[in-house]
Design a protein around this ligand. Structure first.
Ligand SMILES: O=C(CO)COP(=O)(O)O
Length: 268
């Protein structure tokens, strides 16, 4: 079974004080799910050290929002995957739509970052998704397939499961406009069939094992409907991950969708 995964992407938010308050309130809310769910948070880079110490051995993992594809050297302002690994990160987001649209990252750049992350044992979270124009032009499936194919070309199909795919439709990010369960289900199924379309048996296994999580305006009130879809293996949460109550409730929805709620857990 694919282990359900929930990651909070804090984006460029926080401060020493706010992070401490958030993590201290969040940890008790996540305690009930430590064994059943894989949980992580991705703070901005300067706070990795602080948040690592706050998380301690609670089982909530640390992730970064971006990394360089280069190993070391003259890349002013960049951070290498080895540095992230040394700091205790387990995950690194690659190809978040904000990186693609605001900073011009191409499919090729993202694939190189995926490879770099894998090479040091980090779990790359490959973010894919279409813009509104692409959806309206019926290009969703093509766009997402190209984003994934670039990574397969770089690392090989069998290495895809060293990472996680996060489907995040660009038009649903930070807009309050969540994709409907039907829209999400179609794309997640498309991704799984795309990965499994190679006739080999291995490709079927990879498709079956690949974790595909959803992100884009996930909130406590819509989480259960999204997480109940059979091809959705968890969530990548932006705005709602900055609130301990909301993120805790989303974790509860994920555990509930998988029938993993502890008997004594109160949902309300
Ligand atoms: O971009 C996202 C997570 O990476 C989603 O952001 P929101 O949950 O704020 O829409």
């Amino acid at each position: 079974m694919r282990k359900p995964l929930l990651i909070g992407n804090w984006k460029m938010n926080g401060s020493l004080q706010a992070n401490e308050a958030l993590v201290m309130r969040l940890l008790p809310r996540l305690r009930a799910f430590r064994d059943s769910l894989e949980l992580g948070v991705c703070p901005p880079l300067p706070y990795l050290f602080q948040v690592r110490d706050l998380l301690g051995s609670t089982g909530v993992a640390l992730g970064a929002q971006n990394a360089s594809a280069f190993v070391s050297g003259a890349h002013t302002g960049e951070v290498s995957v080895a540095m992230l690994q040394e700091l205790g990160c387990r995950y690194v987001l690659v190809g978040h739509s904000e990186r693609r649209t605001l900073y011009g990252e191409t499919n090729q750049d993202v694939a190189a970052k995926f490879r770099a992350a894998m090479s040091v044992g980090l779990t790359p979270v490959l973010c894919v998704g279409e813009s509104l124009e692409e959806r309206e032009a019926d290009q969703t499936s093509n766009v997402v397939a190209k984003q994934i194919q670039a990574v397969i070309n770089e690392v090989g199909l069998s290495s895809l499961t060293k990472g996680v795919v996060a489907y995040e439709p660009v038009w649903a990010i930070g807009t309050g406009r969540t994709a409907t369960p039907e829209q999400v289900s179609i794309v997640h199924q498309d991704i799984r069939s795309f990965v499994g379309c190679d006739a080999s048996e291995a490709s079927q296994d990879i498709s079956e094992d690949l974790r595909i999580i959803y992100g884009g305006s996930v909130k406590p009130k819509n989480a259960i409907d999204l997480f109940s879809l059979s091809d959705v293996d968890g969530g990548l949460i932006g705005g709602a991950s900055l609130h301990s109550k909301g993120f805790g409730a989303i974790a509860g929805a994920l555990a509930e969708a998988y029938g993993l709620l502890a008997d004594d857990y109160e949902t309300h």
